[in-house]
Design a protein around this ligand. Structure first.
Ligand SMILES: [Zn+2]
Length: 426
């Protein structure tokens, strides 16, 4: 886009820096290209008293960093104006003329800072990559990104109705030598808080599950906490306890993904146990229950007619696998319901199905589901899932891979928060 810089000469139009005029451009084989610019306006108001002045005291020349203009090897020098304050009552004797593109003492033009922040927020790029492309150092890029976080990362200013709580592995397991001389295993998990309406990550906090959730929510203002209606999480008793304590008014829902995963694990446990009971070893490719084992965790409505025949083959070979498959399908039926009446019917069907068997795996699954019944009911009515949290986690993981891992949690958190604030809601 061409901006009206107020300049009329060709070089100034090409250089296109707001409120500046190109004084001269030089090219030499040793120093490369050099451009000298100066502010167009010859007068400015004193920052202390506001009285306009155009009496020049000095013309200092400073080098600044700017966006690449016709290639990277362009040095930009600014011929500033130090103006004398004309107001006798003012204590300030002189001041340097500032513009929007070059605020006081700034070594970077505002348009270059905009480019750095834009790359940090809207693109999956490593900080070193941004630094190299813009010609500034790594700490400068990080400083500009940190300054931006203060303006976009205002958690307390957000109206969060649906809160997502999820876990995210920040880095590999580490073994650290403790103060007592003992080697300790450190699990670097982070807790991720998400606004489920927009998919924005609110915060990434290091630490143990329950106490972290409790203290993070506790730090929010009362009005913020009162606005939260539903909290979505995975089936973690520790999370649930903490949320109940911190947000007693909010409803809790569990993600159906985790419930289905739990029932699939039950099916696999029964298959493994039956293999050892019937043939005394693990399965082989000659046995249908092993050969077509993936079918046992598939949805019956998505199977082709050939796959359905194979599933029947498995069930014909071992009826217990048929029973456990039916229990798993009953759990899925339960999760498909959208009102409490249908939920009640599906729940009774599931309970009756489990009561009819003696399988310890099914009994154990039912026990778990019973302890999460209220949360499952909330899920069926609200249909609110943690999917956006999981999507945001993927963004965070991609960010980590682009940077080849992060050692500093603060920097990692900064990149995650900026990237989800910059990306459109998923
Ligand atoms: Zn003044």
């Amino acid at each position: 886009m061409i901006k009206d810089t107020g300049a009329v000469d060709a070089a100034s139009i090409l250089f296109n820096l707001d409120d500046y005029r190109v004084l001269s451009v030089e090219a030499s084989s040793t120093a490369g290209r050099t451009v000298i610019v100066e502010p167009i306006s010859t007068e400015a108001g004193c920052p202390s008293c506001g009285v306009l002045s155009s009496r020049i005291q000095a013309r200092p020349v400073h080098r600044v960093k700017d966006v690449a203009c016709g290639g990277k090897d362009l040095q930009v020098w600014v011929r500033k104006r130090r103006l004398a304050c004309l107001e006798d009552a003012c204590k300030r004797r002189s001041f340097v003329q500032c513009t929007e593109q070059l605020p006081l003492r700034s070594r970077l033009t505002t348009r270059l800072v905009g480019e750095i922040v834009d790359a940090g927020m809207n693109e999956l790029r490593a900080v070193t990559g941004i630094a190299r492309a813009t010609g500034v150092s790594w700490p400068t890029v990080m400083r500009k990104l940190t300054a931006t976080e203060k303006t976009v990362g205002d958690v307390d200013g957000r109206h969060v109705r649906w809160l997502g709580v999820d876990e995210h592995r920040f880095r590999k397991v580490r073994y650290v030598l403790g103060t007592t001389g003992k080697v300790m295993r450190v699990e670097p998990w982070s807790i991720v808080f998400t606004d489920l309406e927009t998919g924005t990550i609110l915060d990434v906090v290091d630490g143990r599950r329950g106490p972290t959730v409790l203290s993070w929510i506790g730090k929010r203002p009362r009005a913020w906490r009162d606005r939260v209606r539903i909290v979505a999480m995975d089936m973690s008793a520790e999370f649930r306890k903490a949320v109940r304590e911190a947000l007693p008014e909010a409803e809790i829902t569990v993600d159906h993904f985790h419930v289905v995963a739990l029932s699939n694990r039950m099916v696999t446990a029964v298959r493994l146990r039956r293999s050892h009971e019937t043939v005394g070893r693990r399965g082989r490719m000659t046995e249908p229950s092993y050969k077509y084992r993936k079918l046992l965790t598939c949805n019956v409505e998505n199977m082709s007619s050939r796959q359905q025949v194979r599933l029947e083959e498995i069930i014909a070979a071992d009826i217990e696998l048929g029973v456990v498959y039916a229990v798993k399908e009953k759990v899925r039926e339960l999760l498909k319901t959208t009102d409490l009446e249908a939920f009640g019917t599906a729940w009774e069907a599931l309970e009756a199905g489990v009561r009819a068997t003696t399988m310890p795996e099914a009994k154990s699954l039912l026990r778990t589901l019973k302890s999460w019944k209220a949360e499952l009911q909330v899920f069926c009515v609200s249909r609110l899932t943690n999917a956006r949290s999981e999507a945001a986690n993927l963004t965070a993981k991609n960010m980590k891979r682009i940077g080849r891992g992060y050692r500093n949690h603060r920097n990692y958190r900064l990149r995650i928060l900026l990237s989800t604030a910059g990306l459109r809601p998923c």
